[in-house]
Design a protein around this ligand. Structure first.
Ligand code: PMP
Length: 452
């Protein structure tokens, strides 16, 4: 199914024809050609402007489209004439990026981690898992329902949505357990009476669903792709950590979406005070360029991992990319983007809460920061997913110039996701929420007259 198609509204330009003939999209299809972008706004081929409330791919443009500092850093590095070096050699930009990333890393990793740089979040997670296997000598990995860690063959078996693995081989030893999904608790419980059974369940999973050979547990602190689902309290991660300690399992936080200020803290692990051993990063780390990394606590790194051949992704940490990463971290710190995320996110959430009273289709609103998910339901009692309605709201809003996240198949299809650049203004939030409000009314009206 096309993710979005403006049939008839868009001129079949030669670029679109070329694209149709030569390009595979892989994640849905749209006839919109993005011709220009700045801050939280992009323009299409007809000059129409859209508020980018997804920062393109789930928060990549955390500091906005074409942030001048990132553009300047890339230009300067390009002008130095050094675009690529073999990973064995040193390049100054990569060393700087390693230092900057360590300087903001969560918990015990702060100023105490080493990073293998790559280009995408999948590469970062492949590396993170490999690190855990090498260090522990164990082979199994646990992840959670609705989690997303990347599109490679191995990682497909770590995803908490089985459709990713359709017609593919299941990687042995990779398994999933229920996540902390309070709105639809798998254990039929309610917080706090539940005593966080979803976290304690990990021990049953290790005992009964593995070969007791678990190297790591990998988790997004809050699932992004899957539908913005996070545990209610840091106690969850404390329990997870204790169980992992008991069984010699390393904790990997996948910060590809939740990192770089998105949740109102620099990392999702900071938000939950999760004591982690390995962290994967990507998306916003490159300020729009492909920069990712697997960072690991320095005290866990064996000597041979520092010098021997054990892993390679050719392009990771290239000087131009690393310069972009350094600039993205500088912008994060200079503009205190995580504080903006907390403040503007609270404002956005307040607007949604106000809307909730008038729109019974809203089932649940989940933050934190500018990492907001709105779950739409046909009925608040049955909680039946309003997936078609969510698609209709999305299309309506897109037509009115608001773009946000919605994955009809990839995640929980009835969740509208708002993750705009962290320096989006409150005026832009107001504009976006007015359009969304209008979209909900439109769809509810249609629903009331038998349209759904
Ligand atoms: N982890 C998370 C949490 C993600 O959201 C994504 C991408 N959506 C990835 C990993 C994979 O990143 P990439 O597509 O850059 O390989």
């Amino acid at each position: 199914m096309p993710f979005h198609k403006l049939t008839g509204e868009v001129e079949m330009s030669s670029s679109i024809q070329k694209d149709k003939k030569y390009v595979l999209h892989g994640w849905g299809y749209s006839d919109i050609i993005i011709t220009e972008a700045h801050g939280a706004v992009f323009k299409d081929q007809n000059g129409k402007e859209y508020l980018d409330f997804l920062a393109q791919t789930a928060g990549v443009l955390g500091a906005g489209h074409a942030h001048p500092k990132v553009v300047k850093a890339v230009k300067e590095q390009l002008e130095k004439g050094l675009t690529h070096t073999l990973t064995m050699f040193q390049n100054e930009a990569r060393a700087n990026l390693g230092e900057k990333l360590a300087g903001i890393a969560p918990g015990r990793m702060k100023n105490n981690c080493m990073t293998y740089f790559a280009c995408g979040g999948s590469e970062a997670n492949e590396t993170a898992v490999k690190m855990a296997m090498k260090i522990t000598g164990k082979k199994e990995v646990i992840s959670v329902f609705w989690g997303y860690h990347g599109g490679t063959l191995a990682l497909s078996s770590l995803l908490g949505q089985s459709w990713h693995r359709e017609k593919m081989i299941r990687y042995p030893g990779f398994s999933q357990m229920p996540n902390a999904y309070c709105y639809r608790c798998y254990f039929g419980q309610t917080y706090p009476e539940c005593d966080l059974i979803c976290a304690r369940y990990l021990e049953h999973h290790i005992k009964h669903a593995t070969a007791n050979d678990v190297a790591a547990l990998i988790m997004e602190p809050i699932t992004g792709n899957g539908g913005h689902i996070g545990p209610p309290t840091p106690e969850y991660h404390k329990i997870i950590r204790e169980i992992c300690n008991k069984y010699g399992i390393l904790c990997i936080t996948d910060e590809v979406q939740t990192g770089m200020g998105r949740t109102g803290k620099i990392w999702g692990a900071d938000y939950y005070n999760w004591d982690v051993d390995i962290m994967s990063t990507g998306k916003a780390l490159g300020g729009g360029l492909p920069v990712s990394g697997a960072s690991i606590r320095s005290d866990l790194v064996p000597e041979d991992m520092k010098t021997a051949q054990w892993h390679i992704f050719t392009m990771g940490g290239g000087p131009v990319l690393a310069a972009a990463g350094c600039a993205a971290i500088d912008v994060l710190l200079e503009e205190k983007l995580w504080e903006k995320s907390a403040d503007t996110g609270a404002y956005l959430t307040k607007r949604l809460k106000e809307m909730e009273k008038d729109h019974p289709i809203i089932g649940d609103i989940r933050g934190p920061g500018l990492f907001v998910g709105v779950e739409l339901v046909k009925d608040r009692k049955t909680k039946k997913e309003a997936t078609d309605e969510a698609i209709a709201v999305f299309s309506h809003c897109l037509g009115k110039g608001l773009f946000f996240g919605l994955s009809a198949k990839a995640g929980i299809g009835n969740v509208c996701k708002f993750k705009p650049p962290l320096n989006t203004t409150k005026e832009q939030v107001d504009k976006a929420m007015d359009i969304f409000d209008d979209g909900l009314s439109e769809v509810e009206h249609k629903k009331g007259s038998g349209g759904f």
